[in-house]
Write a new protein. Sequence first.
Lengths: 533, 1131
Amino acid sequence: MKLIKHILIASCLVLTGTSCSDDYLNHPPLGNQTDENFYKSPDAGFKSLITCYRGFYNFWGYQASRAELGNMATDDADKGGSDAGDRPFVTDLGFGRTISSNETLSGYWSACYAAIGNCNVALERLPDAPLIDASGNPLSDQLKNRYLAEIRFLRAFFYLDLVRVYGGVPLLTQTPTVDDRNKLVRVTDKEVFNFIEQELLAITSDASLPSANDLPAAELGRATKEAAYSLLARTYLFFAKDDNALFARAKDAAKKVIDSQAYALHPEFQEIFLEHGYKTKEAVFSIIMGDNPAEFIYGSTIPVYCSPRGATGGWGFDLPTQDLVNEFEEGDPRLMFTILQHGDVFPKNNGTTEVLDFSTYPNTGYHNRKVYLPESRRGQGWGDDAWTYHPIRYADVLLMYAEALIESGGDKQEAANYINMVRERASKSTKKDVEAVSRVLNVASKELPKVTAADDLRKAVRHERRVELAMEYHRLYDLIRWNSLVTTMKEYSQKPLSNGKGGNYTAGKNEVFPIPQVEIDRSGGSIVQNPNY
Amino acid sequence: MFMVALMTHSAVITKAGGQEILGRKVSINSQSQKIQTVLKNINRQANVRFTYSSSLIDPNTIVSLQANNQPLSYVLDQLFKENTRIRYRIEGEQVILFSAEEQKALEQSTNQQKQSVDRVISGTVTDVDNEILPGVSIVIKGTQNGTITNDTGEFSLNIPDENAVLVFSFVGYDPQEVNVGSQQILRISLQPSSQSLSEVVVVGYGSVSKKDITGSVSSISGEEIKNMPVRSASDALQGKVAGVMVSQSSGSPGSMGVVRIRGIGSINNSNEPLYIVDGLPQSNIGWLNPNDIETMDVHKDASAAAIYGSRAANGLIMITTKKGSKKDAVSVSFDSYYGFQSAAKRPYMLNAEEFIDYKNRAAAAVGADLPISEDMKSQALAFVRANTGSEGTDWWKEITKKNAPVQNYNITVSGGSKKVDFASSLGYMDQQGIIKGADYNRISWRNNVNAQVSERVKLGTNLALIYESRRNIDENNPYSGTIFSAMTADPITPVLRNNLTGIPQFYSTIMSGYDASNPFSRYAGILYSNKPNPVAQTERMSQSMWEGISIKGGANLEVKILEPLKFRSNLGLDMHRGISKGFTPQYFLNGYDYSNFSNVSNFSSWSDYFVWENTLTYDEYWGNHHLTVLAGISAESTKGLEYGASRQGTVNNDVDMRIINAGTINPAASGYTYSRALGSYFGRVSYSYDNRYVFTANLRRDGSSSFASGYRWGTFPSVSAAWNFTNESFIKDADLRWLSEGKLRVSYGQIGNQNVPGGAYLSTYGNTARYMFGSNTNAYLGAGRISIGNPLLQWETSTQTDIGLDLEFFDKKLTFHADYFNKVVDNMLLVVPLPSTLGFPNSPWSNAGKMENKGWEFALGYSNNIGDFNYGIQGNISTFRNKVLTLGGGEPIYSTAHLGQTITKTEEGMPVGYYFGWKSDGIFQTQDEIDNHPQKGLSTPGDIRFVNINDDNLLNADDRTIIGNPWPDFVYGLTLNASWKGFDVSAFVQGSQGNDVMNILRYDTEAGTGWYNAPKGFLDKAWSGAGSTNEYYKISQNAGLNTNISDYFVEDGSFLRMKNLQIGYNLPESLLDKARIKQVRIYAAAQNLFTITGYSGLDPEMGATDPKLTGIDQGYFPQARTFMFGINARF
């Protein structure tokens, strides 16, 4: 048959020239759609939305870099790993000697822009597309607008990620063409701020974006009005370092979340980080990851990346420092669920135990309990694990509100009350690790004292943020927005056990990180480096 | 003039009966025919036989003759009127043609002859394959007396005395002189003339005689390559042909070298030449048994390659396989070799005690606690002594095999009758790797049958069945590669753990997960790094195997429509089925080296390729004019299907569990199909005048499915000319006896390249992956943009200019070829890496930029003999300069390799993929030096001092520059061969000069960071305090800037390799006669005997398919040194 077809085709070539041979030469790849028919296919709107959320799952570029920047670049955590030579560029971040070829920084940049690229495509194409839902019925405007609002939330989220690390970045709000590669220009950080603010204000007033109160349990993990207000509060607080007036706006934004009454502090601190933490009322915005390869569900590599080495099989990164441990007050059970120690014992599936052993590699004596999974939670094997990260949780919102109150000259007692809500929840939490067989650490049975309006509230709220949100990748950005990254790190370098980390931090340079060299090179120099890099 | 000629010819010597023969009547009407054809015609009519030597008359000389029932003498006089040298005489039923010079000698000897007493000598003449040769001319030297062999190859001749010397000559064979002595019966075997093999060169859709070739062509005979222990004949081209650079990409059995003709044709990965095997286009010839090859013609310039238009931009290699002969019944040949392979060079790493000192020193350098205390050290060393010996584990020794066998067997049966010829060959090759767990097997069966169906119709078919299988190791991989692991794994860890004694408490984890019932569990997990146990890894990988079955073949039909118009139709097919049978056992060695579940997988790939070509050829002579016109069409299509399935969790690792149905969890499947097509029109006009001037023009128009409608078609023309200036009368008149042949060639042409993935012109949308809402068991599938295409994608065009000179001196004993070429590639098909800021899922293909390769090629050969001692020397040398002229948007391309670091840069005005990084300037000896340097705060004493190129007091990315060039100044090959009586010896040396390599392995083995081992002697070499060394940086856990890409890792990769040394012996015929064997040659050979190089790594030869990442040593599988014995026999 093939032969006959072949002969026919060849005769066709002879007899009619190119007219039919063009048909013969038409072999587009199969199994894919084009932009012409994709948006007409069932559920294309929702699938586009999913693709935008997928940005959070990028491990090395996004999740690992987030940990390396948020924790390991600061006085809260050391790099860890097998030794100094294991991802040495992460050490450079914390020492203040980062160079522009740093892999953490290039990975993070690419991951954020890949996600922004997907958001831009969806935001351009969905509004005019004849979308249908999974059953083939036309998609309601309400749903379409909800998707659009969520995507705008995500795009703002990734821009905030970028601007906090690199300063002003190229602000792409539409899909560029290949020819735009050498027309990429950085805008100021203020312009990025204006964009994020404007986008978040727009979606918070969009009726299509549901309030968390109306979010069905099956949609946990999706952006809500309150998540948008929380992100707005975070944005205002970050840029308030340059503009004091933003504290008041931050306060209002955080208050909207509190007033929604959609959230509450979860009574048991440690449960926020256990398997179903995303179901607690604490979870304002969570990235849920699961583990079931048979269903094409692949989880996070963060737990193995940051778990103890040796028999545990972790890679040993992200080690809490003694300085962070010292920040905890006596009797604070949050320390129990922030750190792990050599000799802690956890159960194994076969009835035996796993004794954590830090002896075969250099370490600070601590690991991050918030990401550690006992064997029963490791699923089918280390590396793709069910694990949830909460970019925004309610305690953070309360502390943001308290801080905004304090900095905008609001009611001191009210600010103290909000800080105390967080402290009381901690005090009332169980002082025992519910998953462990035994822990080396013993938390004194002692209540945390209340903060009063007469205290140094700025100091109090900053302390509270450091211990409550410890090892949750907020520290770097808090230090930056407090204008104290350079001074804190320089001071830290003088402390015992710091090994000189932070010693190279220099004012006028290290407030931001360098733009990845590869981006500058590939843009033909249209993207310009930060000063002194 | 006519009268003179006639008179000269009337001086004819005849014996009795001669007049009768000369009077026989002949009718001839020949317009521009070969003299051979005309003589045959006369032969038939007059019933006479012509005897002449090919040095006297070129059988291809074109003549015209008109005779209507004229006597033979008249016809002969007419025939030779243009060539006044030729005389003829009649002897028996033969017409012997000879020269005027010989006539003089003859006249002188006639008197002597009369006085001597005649005696009769008889015998037979055959070729080397013992095939009888009828019509061989036998002349008594110094006389014109002689005879020719009859139909059974026999002759008998009166000779004057014992001093007589007989000269045997026959077209296509070297003349042979024999001293008669007292012999009564002679058995003569004629050697094919060395020139005759390449007398005809295969070009696209036809063949032309060598003198009519206008392009740059090198021909290699199958004999030259068949006795080498390589998978592919393309590897055997290494060093053999000027302008062809072959670099081995791995020493792993079954791997193939990277073949580059005249530099780098394209910046992307598609630089392989096009192979045409008996008319079937192929992208590689790994499947082809080198023993089946008759000739390989390498077309380097555009003149001949252009007829293959689209795909021959990187050169064209035409391969003809062995055919049977219509003139002998059956002949059988048997070729075989058996060899022992071992690594020629090995790395030596620190022993157990040195390793501990090394790691402690690295920790001490940063003020960290010593990881291995004195007490632990003594316990660790006691453990090592008790289980592996005092030095600890020598991982390299553990993963390598000494004397790994390679064997090859071929049997070919060929033969034919008047109408049909056939050749059938069966081959088997089995090569074990010098690293455990790697092997390659091939069984190939090839059949060629040609039949003269009728006077006007010829049919040819060829069919090959090939079975291949291969097992691999993980190589050239700095994450988990076996070679990398074997160099870096600590020597304290024993290979096995099933019998350990005296395990210190701090190594107690070595036994964790040990399962005595699981053989994959008996290995020890590496104690000090997260790398796999390399020995265990090779055993696990050898559980998986790739197998391939191919059917390759074709049929062609040739019809003489009407002299001189010929129609030819060729149908080719290539059907390939590959299957990977994978098995990963369940095992646990330690937290980094384990698999929770066994995994069974099968992956299958199908591809079906068909080509159908139809050509019309017009081939005619008028007087001194010869015109060939060819026109044709071709249609090609490829269809492919790939699918795979896997499951995990078989109940155990036993062999009988390795089927997918035995898996219990995680079923998975994948699959896709693809198709491609190419439609073409082509034509060629070739014209030659008087054997002096030759012009050829080609035109091809190709349509490819790789591009969007509107951009599919490309037209590629070429023109070329040759001037055989030694055929000019002024050269002939000058009577330059030392100059045998001379030809000047010029060619210019364009060829296209369409090597992009199918559909690269399309932007596609499809499923992405899942995201979870609601619970961590509930995932939603996403979809969206998955690739950005470039609808404007079109043909890449390579424009080539070639000027060449071919000279032959001293009766062709000395040959010289020189070529200059300039190849400019425009509209290069290229992926320009885009800033990730654009947020694209990929960087699309584009036609970006322009690149040139220009260079020289020289080949020189000399062969001669001193009595029975024959010797020859062939050398070639070639250069190319690669330069990127423009790049799409002007932005350079940075390429990353090892751990994602930028290693090379490709930019305008520079060669492709040059090494890019910091320049080093010795080692900082004191803190003071650093304080006055931009590296202040970044480095400490003992670190590399880098050059701050732009003097801005800041060491940053702007200080990167060229630190090495991976492209050689020149590559060369030299073959020496000699033979004496039955003995022969040949030596082949090949090398590359002036190329740099990037020894990126040192990044890990000499850094002190991590838990990797270091080379022997490194503890003494490394910086150990001010003034200790300015060459090697310190051992420290903190590598600082030292491990950034710099010239510290760049080394000179020049090498000279004794590629092949061979000594052979032909068993004496007296011995063979009894066994009725025609010929037996036994030989011993050494492949890769030694390599002279300054490179510190295992092997400086590192072929890479991506020209942007050439010569980067990330743990290459080294080439084996092979000692082998073989036999070539004919029956």
